[in-house]
Every structure is written in C-alpha cells, then in structure tokens.
Design a protein around this ligand. Structure first.
Ligand code: 4AD
Ligand code: MG
Length: 480
C-alpha cells in the first residue's frame, strides 16, 4: 500500500477506510487503555494524532514506540472526538521501523536550547523549529529561481575553485593537493605551485560575480546561486565561512536599474514565503514572541514576524547616498552622546553595523539602500563617479540583519578598471580575462549579491545565522 504524506492526510476532511502513514514519533502519551501518538514526517509542521487502542497491540511493541522512533501505521481516518484535531488515525496495525531508545535519544519532548541543538545538527531537523526553517529555506530558493526564470534570466553555474579573489579582501581558503608536510619549493625558496594540481595557486571562490559578468556580457541577464567561502575570522551571528550567494548581473543596467531590480526581487521572494509557508511562519512567529519575552523591552522587535515581512513587501525602500548617511549619523543622538563605539566624525569612514542598525531600525525604520560609497572602502570593480572619489556601489540594509545585499554598477572602462586592479594590488595575470571583456564590446552593466542565509534569517526570525543552514561552517567548526 502507498504511504500518504501527513500534509495530505490532514487536508482530507472525510473518513477513509484504510490509510498508511510513516514518520517519526514526536510524543506518546496515554492512559491505561489508549495511547495517543503524535507523528510527523516533515511534510508539514503539523503532527497527525494516532490512537492506539491497547488490547489490539502487543505490549512489547507499544513500549518501543517512544519519541524519535520511526513507525509505519495502517489505520482508519476518523472524525476525532478530542479537541485539537478534526480527524485522527485509528491504528489497526503498527510497525516499528527503527527504535530510538529513550535513555539515549538526545531529543526529548521539551525545550532544548539552540546551542545544544547545534551540537546535534544531525538530529535537529526533527524539531519543529528546524524543520520549519528548512522548509522556508527551500521555498526561498525555489522563489529565487522562479523569479529570475520568469524575468528571462539565465542561471549560470560559476566555478567553485578559482585562481582569483573577486572581492580583493584576501579571505580565501586555499585549495591544493601539495603535501603539506613536504611542500615543494623553487630556487627562490617559494612554494612551487607548478607542482600543484592546477599548476598555480587556487582557492575556493568568495563570489561568482566576475564569471557572472562574463556571461552577462553575452546573455544580457544572468544570475548565479551557489556556495561561496570566506575565511574571515568573524564569530558573529551574521557570518558563516561557507554561505550561499545569489548574484544577478545585467548588461545595460545602471545603478538605479540595479536598485529597482534588487528591491523588486527581495519583495518577490519574501512575498512567496508569506504566500506558501503560513503554518511554518505562524509557528516561528510564536516562537520568536516567546523568545522576545526574555529580552529587555528596547531589544524586542517592534513587529511580530509576519507583520514585519508584510511591511517590507508593502513599503518602498529608502534610498540615500553614503554622504547623506554620514550626515544623519553625525547629527544623531547616539553619536552626539558618544553612545556609538565607533564615533562618526568624518566622511570616508567605513560604516559599522551599529551605524547601519541605527539608520535602519531607529531612523528610517525600514530597509535602506545606501549608494555612492567612497572608492577606498569598496571593491576594485565598482564604477567610479565623476567626482573621482565615490563609486556606484550600493548596500541594502535590513532591520535586525544589517547588510543584506552588496552590489554596484561595474567599471566598464578598460583603463579605469586597470587602475582599480593596480590600486588593489591585484595581479593583472590573475584577471586578464576579466579585463579583456572591457576591451571587446564593453557595455555598462550592474549586479548585486544577496547573502542567502541572511535572507533566511530575516524571513524565519532566527537570531543566529548558524541556525538557518543545515550544517554551519564557522571558525573552529566543520562537524557533520
Ligand atoms: O557584499 P559582498 O561581499 O558582495 C559581493 O561578494 C559581490 N561580489 C556581490 C555582487 O555584486 N555580485 O557580499 C554579498 C552579500 C552580503 O551583502 C551579505 O549578505 C552576504 O553576501 N555575506 C555573507 N553572508 C554570510 N556570511 C558571510 N561571511 C558573508 N559575507 C557576505
Ligand atoms: Mg558587502
């Protein structure tokens, strides 16, 4: 007999003579003659209630039906007399597929801390919280592909192993097959990379942008969606060493087109979760409300989760220049009262997350796009403005998250791009192919990168980025 998924079964509002469900036991409670089993198979956050009438079942079998055990249940789908559910499954036959011994199984039906669950990341998808987060993560990634496909973008698979450092920040994981205990050297006593697998130094990519640009200069509208790797030693709730990035790149777009695309795109994918993940959002909203009760008043989110998402979808993002942002920050209360850890005194400083959060959460109270940053604090490929000091870069800042998106119009002029490459000490022979696109049929073009996990964080309301990717990688941790 074919298994019915619990999601479909719960939608079925008329009695069924025989159904088969399979899943993992969340809880079992009971009386002398009856057991109530809550079963979940991941197809929905909801459990199905199973009634086992004791005389029908072997006592030894009933004993092995404990939290975490996997079971298959044949039974009758009947209207429920209890309060919490319209229908329930009256078990006729139960088979235990895999036991989970209660003295050993680490997930008991009680509140576990997120820190503890991170240590058992192999089992945490079985909790309501993590299964909800991962279903939302799926919906978001599906919405990304759907959005771009509908708009005529092509999905480009950028390489994971590269010889370049797209962001020029030097935060790369090296890839090598050289024996680390016996590294070959050349006459100058330097590592002899000609003996390495690719005959040159290589690393895991920090961004697919440069390759996306090559494709955009032929296919016009492209995007990448792949893993990226950064060896920055940031032990924060917003950084991972391995994260996924979505990078659209569009020929003939300027910075304003780029902002319009980003805003429309972000609203569309958030909207798709509101539309398709109601049960999971309801659960996560309640979860966050409970969590926030423990926090001091001024650190609580001003809006419940779903309202926050709707607010972003329904309102236009604020657009300001870096110069305007610095002015607002300079005149702000926390700056005047010296409450910022980094005081804003002069034009040219890099904005810290406390500044970004002030602008988004206190001043504008909605997503903010900051443009035209000083060239010195942004990447080599951004297009220089006529003032020769600022570049056509943009960051999109979100409440509770800070930087969600980073992007820019690209420098399409060969000479000026070469200047950028030199200014940032990048070897010309590392990026000769990138430079050549500016020699042959160059056009204005723009793109941006969305940190996928930061978006999952925003939409799910989870406070730590390590809890929105199945197996997080961060300094000192690559378990599972
Ligand atoms: O601002 P970034 O460094 O921009 C780029 O990589 C460009 N190449 C994008 C482009 O124009 N095509 O990174 C883009 C986004 C950030 O805004 C942030 O959301 C996310 O990637 N991000 C991280 N997310 C998690 N962990 C990290 N360590 C991250 N570093 C950046
Ligand atoms: Mg950035």
């Amino acid at each position: 007999m074919k298994r019915t998924e619990i999601k479909d079964l719960l939608e079925c509002q008329k009695p069924q003579e025989e159904v088969l469900v399979k899943g993992w036991v969340r809880t079992k409670r009971g009386s002398k003659n009856l057991s109530f089993i809550a079963l979940n198979d991941g197809s929905t956050i909801k459990n199905v209630q199973i009634i086992a009438d004791h005389p029908k079942f072997d006592e030894a079998l009933l004993k092995t039906i404990t939290t975490g055990a996997s079971i298959a249940v044949h039974g009758k789908w009947v209207a429920s007399s209890g309060g919490n559910q319209a229908f329930e499954l009256l078990a006729e036959k139960i088979e235990v597929l895999g036991e989970a011994h209660p003295d050993e199984y680490p997930l008991q039906p009680k509140r576990h801390s997120l820190e503890f669950l991170r240590e058992i990341a192999h089992l945490r998808p079985r909790t309501s919280t993590f299964s909800a987060v991962f279903r939302i993560r799926h919906q978001l990634s599906f919405a990304v592909h759907q959005y771009f496909h509908k708009k005529g973008f092509y999905y480009i698979h950028s390489p994971i192993i590269t010889g370049s450092d797209a962001e020029g920040a030097g935060e790369m994981f090296q890839v090598t097959t050289l024996p680390l205990n016996n590294i070959p050297t050349n006459e100058q006593n330097q590592v002899d990379f000609s003996k390495d697998f690719f005959n040159k130094p290589t690393n895991l990519t920090v961004s697919g942008q440069l390759e996306a640009e090559l494709a955009a200069l032929a296919l016009s509208k492209v995007y990448t969606f792949g893993p990226t790797f950064r060896a920055e030693n940031s032990n924060t709730t917003r950084h991972l060493a391995e994260f996924w990035m979505i990078e659209p790149e569009v020929a003939f777009n300027d910075l304003v087109d780029n902002m319009d695309l980003a805003e429309d795109f972000l609203k569309a994918i958030i909207g798709s979760v509101l539309e398709n993940c109601e049960d999971d959002l309801n659960f996560l909203e309640q979860r966050q409300l409970n969590e926030e009760k423990q926090k001091p008043q001024d650190q609580r989110s001003p809006m419940p989760l779903k309202e926050r998402l709707k607010f972003v979808v329904d309102n236009t993002f604020e657009r300001i220049t870096y110069t305007q942002a610095v002015k607002i920050l300079k005149d702000s209360k926390p700056n005047k009262k010296k409450r910022f850890s980094f005081l804003v005194d002069e034009w040219g400083i890099d904005l810290q997350s406390e500044h970004e959060r002030f602008l988004v959460e206190k001043h504008f109270k909605k997503p903010v796009i900051i443009t035209d940053y000083p060239a010195s604090i942004k990447a080599f490929y951004m297009k220089l403005n006529d003032d020769q000091k600022t570049v056509r870069g943009m960051d999109i800042l979100f409440p509770g998250i800070g930087e969600m998106v980073g992007g820019s119009q690209r420098e399409e002029n060969y000479e000026r791009l070469l200047d950028g490459v030199k200014r940032f000490d990048i070897h010309k022979d590392e990026v000769w192919w990138y430079l050549e696109t500016r020699k042959y049929g160059t056009v204005p073009h723009s793109g941006f990168g969305l940190g996928f996990e930061r978006m999952v964080q925003f939409v799910s309301g989870m406070s730590n980025i390590r809890d929105v990717i199945p197996f997080p990688r961060f300094p000192g941790s690559a378990e599972f």
